[in-house]
Design a protein around this ligand. Structure first.
Ligand code: IMP
Length: 437
């Protein structure tokens, strides 16, 4: 099979980077289709640490094509910082950017903070990268696209309209003096335009050609299902379609092209940002998991909220994404906990709910009902790695029971189990690219 999507099945930070990195090694093309600099993942390669926000995970392989699809919003400054990191170690990645990608402008970043400040209890706790305001402009057909940056007269005209409007909006509605002048932004962004020009290409055509030639293409989701603008816990999510359908609209391929959809599942729950989290652990167990797992945000450094695994969310993610496989991560992090819990369903107004209700106010009232499982021992890094080599059956028995229960309940087979941070610490039960096309 040739076209595979990887998405987060929970609230983000499931460890997609590691799973994507594994598949990227086999793919011919790696595609980002949603989000922007709000995403953050760290890749360690050849002893060097890279902090990426926009660039697809295939960038460390010069022979692979890396596509930034039309569904992404690009913050040029951050993008070029990422390229500099690669340049410093002599890597010239093969990146193609759709001309349909929308640009995050400096006023979007100012508006992100201003809007959050006015939302009170409904603030999502954004990454402040201007994501919401940029996607708002896109939907309002006010946005500026990469392709337009390459047409200086058009760009100047659009910037003039938008800058005038946003300065007024920031001042009169939010009481903020936006300092950057139209001229400064014009100069800065036309410079970016010159540097972006060599990367711009009809990425949809590249993918159509790849489909015809049965190439291996990996669609790398940013954020996660419960942050999806349509299917997530509105309004406490992000502003793009993070679920599998977003790969089609955000890259310009039809749904019939997709062969596999892998949902990455951390074996417990974590999230950054606000909003109800039914299985949240505000106790010593939650803190212990946070510390053991180093659960602090890559983009913001914020401590992540921790909770038990939540099956209603996973059943929902399986449905919304059409998951064909599960990639579990962090089995080692959850080890050493004597008794672990899984939320099997919620109770709301005397009813049993197998998936989350649509409204966050109802989710906040849901009572999580748990099933207890015996925990598994922390066997130490060397033994976890040995398990990765020996396969699923070598895992502690209790961990096997836990994972199989989740897979059975969700009705999706296990493809991957992660037992440590490195690429080798991974058990592959089924490889999305090894099947015959
Ligand atoms: P925004 O995408 O910056 O607008 O943030 C909206 C919500 O999504 C906030 O709750 C963020 O914490 C969350 N969020 C955005 N990007 C990520 C991510 O990559 N991982 C986890 N949460 C994210």
């Amino acid at each position: 099979m040739a076209f595979a999507i990887v998405v987060g099945a929970q609230w983000g930070d499931e460890g997609k980077g590691k799973v994507v990195d594994y598949y990227a090694a086999q793919a011919d093309i790696v595609v980002r289709f949603n989000g922007g600099a709000n995403a953050g993942h760290t890749i360690v390669s050849g002893g060097k640490k890279f902090a990426f926000h926009h660039v697809p995970s295939g960038v460390l392989y010069p022979e692979k094509i890396n596509i930034i699809g039309n569904g992404v919003v690009l913050e040029p400054k951050k993008f070029f910082e990422e390229l500099s990191q690669l340049d410093a170690v002599g890597i010239k990645p093969n990146i193609r950017i759709s001309p349909r990608v929308h640009l995050v402008m400096p006023y979007h970043m100012a508006l992100d903070g201003a809007e959050e400040g006015k939302k009170g209890a409904l603030a999502a706790g954004t990454t402040m990268r201007g994501i919401g305001p940029c996607y708002s402009d896109k939907a309002a057909r006010f946005g500026i696209r990469v392709g337009e940056l390459l047409q200086p007269a058009l760009f100047k005209e659009k910037l003039h309209t938008m800058h005038t409007l946003k300065v007024k909006l920031l001042k009169e509605v939010y009481g903020i003096d936006f300092k950057q002048t139209e001229d400064e932004i014009y100069k800065q962004y036309t410079e970016y335009g010159k540097k972006l020009a060599p990367f711009v290409a009809e990425t949809g055509e590249i993918l159509a050609d790849a489909l015809a030639k049965k190439k291996k293409v990996l669609f790398e989701g940013a954020q996660a299902t419960m942050l999806d603008i349509d299917h997530g816990m509105y309004p406490f999510g992000t502003s793009s379609n993070t679920s599998a359908g977003g790969a089609c609209t955000g890259a310009g391929v039809g749904p019939t092209a997709i062969d596999e959809v892998v949902g990455v599942v951390k074996v417990y729950t974590s999230r950054v940002g606000t909003g109800p989290l039914p299985t949240e652990l505000n106790d010593a167990t939650g803190q212990a998991i946070r510390d053991k797992g180093g659960e602090y945000g890559t983009t913001t450094g914020r401590p992540r909220r921790i909770g038990w695994l939540d099956l209603p969310t996973l059943r929902y993610a399986a449905r919304v994404n059409g998951l064909t496989g599960l990639a579990f991560t962090r089995l080692d992090t959850l080890s050493g906990v004597k008794t672990v819990q899984i939320c099997t369903h919620y109770e709301l107004d005397g009813k049993k709910l197998l998936t989350p209700p649509a409204s966050y106010t109802d989710i906040a009232r849901c009572k999580p009902i748990y099933k207890s499982f015996a925990g598994w021992e922390d066997i130490g890094a060397d033994k976890w790695r040995a398990c990765a080599k020996a396969g699923f059956k070598s895992l502690p028995k209790e961990a096997q029971v836990y994972l199989k229960y989740i897979s059975d309940e969700v009705g999706v087979p296990i493809y991957v189990v992660g037992v440590g941070a490195a690429r080798d610490d991974t058990i592959i039960l089924k490889d999305v690219f090894s099947k015959k096309a």
